[in-house]
Design a protein around this ligand. Structure first.
Ligand code: SAH
Length: 335
C-alpha cells in the first residue's frame, strides 16, 4: 500500500490518519511487517492490520557473487515462481537491478529472459520485497534502483507504478526519484502514462537500432511502436518534465547495429533530444545468434557519438561470470 492507501486503511479501521505515517516508516523504512512489533500503533489498528493483511514470504534460494563483487540473488515468490535480482557495488553504495515480471513477453532476440516468455506479472509488494531482502543481506545501502531486471516494466504498469510511488515516498523507502530508473523496450503508450501520472522516476529507453528494419528484426515490438513514434514519445516526456534527461540504451551487436553508418544515424536521430547514451556491448548467452563487437568497434562507435557532442558511456558489464549481466537473467533454477 502507498501512503494514500495507508491513510484510507487507518480511516477504515477508525484510527487517526497520522498513524499512516508511522506505518510507512515501520513497513518501508525499517522493514518491520509484523503489527505486534509496532508498539506505538494503537492496539485496535494493529488488530485490524493483522486481520486484513498477510505476510509475504520470499525465500532466498541461491546467491552468487561475481569476481567484480556483483551479487545475484535467486528468490522464490510465495507461489513458487523464481526471479532474480542483482546488486551492483559502487563507491560504498549499491545499485539494485529489480525484476518486474516472471519472464518477459516482449521477445527481444538478443535477450535470454525472452526465451521462456512471460509467466506472470510481479505485484508491487514483490518488488518491495526484492529491495528489502537485498538490503537485509547487505552492509552497504542500496541507493539506486534500476528496473532493468527480468520483465518489461511498462507491460506491468499498475504494479510498477505502485512500487515506484512507494519507493520514492520520503517517509518510506525514500529513494530519490532521480535514483530510480525505469527502462523500457519502447512501449509508447506506457511512456505517455508515465507523463500523465507524473511517475517519480527517470526514464531509460532501449533503442538498440537506427532503422525500423533493423530494430524490428531484433525487437519485434518495433512493428507496433516504430522508431519515429518512440522518439516523439521521448521528446514529449522531456518537454513535460522540463529538461529531464532520458537515458538511451543501445545494445551493440557485431555487424548488426554497430557500423559507422549506425553511429552517424544515431547522432542524427538524437540531435534534438537531451540524452545520455549507454552503449551495452552484447553479453552473450549460450545459443545466442549474435556476437559481441570487438573493443575497437565499440570505441569507434562511442567516439563518433562523443565527437558529435553526446555524452556516451560504455556500460561496464558487471557480473558476467555469474550470468548476472544485462540480458542474462533467467532464473535458471526455476522449478
Ligand atoms: N525490458 C526493459 C528492461 C530489461 S532489459 C528494457 O528492454 O529496457 C535491460 C537492458 O538490457 C535493455 O537496454 C536491453 O536492451 C539490454 N539487454 C538485453 N539483453 C542484453 C544482452 N544480451 N547484452 C547486453 N544488453 C542486453
Amino acid at each position: 500500500m502507498n501512503r494514500q492507501q495507508l491513510i484510507a486503511l487507518c480511516e477504515a479501521a477508525g484510527a487517526k490518519p497520522v498513524h499512516a505515517e508511522k506505518l510507512l516508516a515501520y513497513i518501508f523504512r525499517r522493514g518491520i511487517h509484523d503489527p505486534d512489533k509496532m508498539p506505538d500503533i494503537p492496539g485496535e489498528l494493529r488488530g485490524f492490520l493483522k486481520k486484513h493483511s498477510q505476510p509475504l514470504s520470499i525465500e532466498v534460494v541461491a546467491e552468487q557473487q561475481a569476481k567484480d563483487g556483483t551479487r545475484k540473488l535467486l528468490l522464490t515468490m510465495p507461489d513458487g515462481k523464481n526471479i532474480e535480482t542483482v546488486l551492483i557495488p559502487g563507491t560504498g553504495r549499491l545499485t539494485q537491478c529489480i525484476s518486474t515480471q516472471v519472464g518477459c513477453a516482449i521477445g527481444c532476440k538478443f535477450c535470454l529472459t525472452a526465451t521462456a516468455g512471460l509467466t506472470r506479472n510481479l505485484i508491487a509488494a514483490e518488488m518491495v520485497a526484492q529491495v528489502q531482502t537485498a538490503q537485509e543481506l547487505s552492509e552497504n545501502k542500496v541507493r539506486n534502483l534500476v528496473l532493468m531486471g527480468m520483465g518489461e516494466p511498462l507491460h506491468n504498469f499498475d504494479e510498477v507504478a505502485q512500487f515506484i510511488r512507494i519507493a520514492a515516498d520520503p517517509l518510506g523507502m525514500a529513494f530519490s526519484p532521480r535514483r530510480i530508473t525505469l527502462s523500457t523496450a519502447g512501449l509508447v503508450p506506457g511512456i505517455y502514462r508515465m507523463i500523465e501520472e507524473k511517475l517519480p522516476c527517470s526514464l531509460a529507453v532501449s533503442l538498440n537500432a537506427t532503422t525500423d528494419e533493423a530494430r524490428s528484426r531484433i525487437m519485434p515490438i518495433n512493428r507496433r511502436y516504430p522508431i519515429a513514434k518512440l522518439l516523439q514519445a521521448i521528446r514529449d516526456y522531456i518537454a513535460a518534465h522540463g529538461r529531464k534527461r532520458v537515458l538511451i540504451e543501445y545494445v551493440l551487436l557485431a555487424g548488426v547495429n554497430d557500423t559507422v553508418e549506425d553511429a552517424e544515424r544515431l547522432c542524427g536521430m538524437l540531435r534534438d533530444i537531451d540524452t545520455t547514451v549507454n552503449l551495452l556491448p552484447l553479453n552473450v548467452s549460450p545459443g545466442s545468434q549474435f556476437k559481441t563487437p570487438t573493443d575497437a568497434s565499440v570505441t569507434r562507435f562511442r567516439s563518433i557519438l562523443s565527437d558529435a557532442g553526446f555524452v556516451a558511456v560504455v556500460r561496464k558489464s558487471r557480473g558476467q561470470d555469474i550470468s548476472a549481466a544485462c540480458g542474462q537473467l533467467k532464473a535458471e533454477q526455476a522449478a
